[in-house]
Design a protein around this ligand. Sequence first.
Ligand code: SME
Length: 163
Amino acid sequence: MEPVIPDLRAVPREDAYRQLLEMQALLLEDSTDAIAGMATTATLLHHAFGYLWTGFYRVVEPGRLLRVGPYQGSLGCQEIAFGRGVCGTAAAERRTVVVPDVHAFPGHIACDARSASEIVVPVQNARGELIAVLDIDSPVQDSFGEADVAGLERLVAWFARTA
Ligand code: SME
């Protein structure tokens, strides 16, 4: 039987990410499959923190187009062009983007009206190519801080083992 995902909302963020990193490492220890990694990582984060939407947009046309990949939560939009919205900005600039208030982000793509803050983290494979972005939408403003940037960047470092 698979382990139950703990509710980490009341746990200090550093401890929470430590637990999630351990679970991710155990669950994916025999895998080098990017889709399995995306599905497992999205599920861990989504249920541990109770977000609105947690998942991956995959690079299907490098430098041009992202398409939705494994995710948990409400319906996400299917495709996002590089440079558009928070996901497209993070992909085009290959950097983590934190948006404390989505209503103040010009060009934010609202897939769910309840979304209030967001973080998007670029994901690279073994060759250092951008293969996806991890996108998390929260119903609470200002949900993401330094500990989230550090924790999420460590979680997506798992993808450095994928082809
Ligand atoms: N808000 C994102 C779009 C994706 S979803 O909300 C699932 C953006 O602006 O890139």
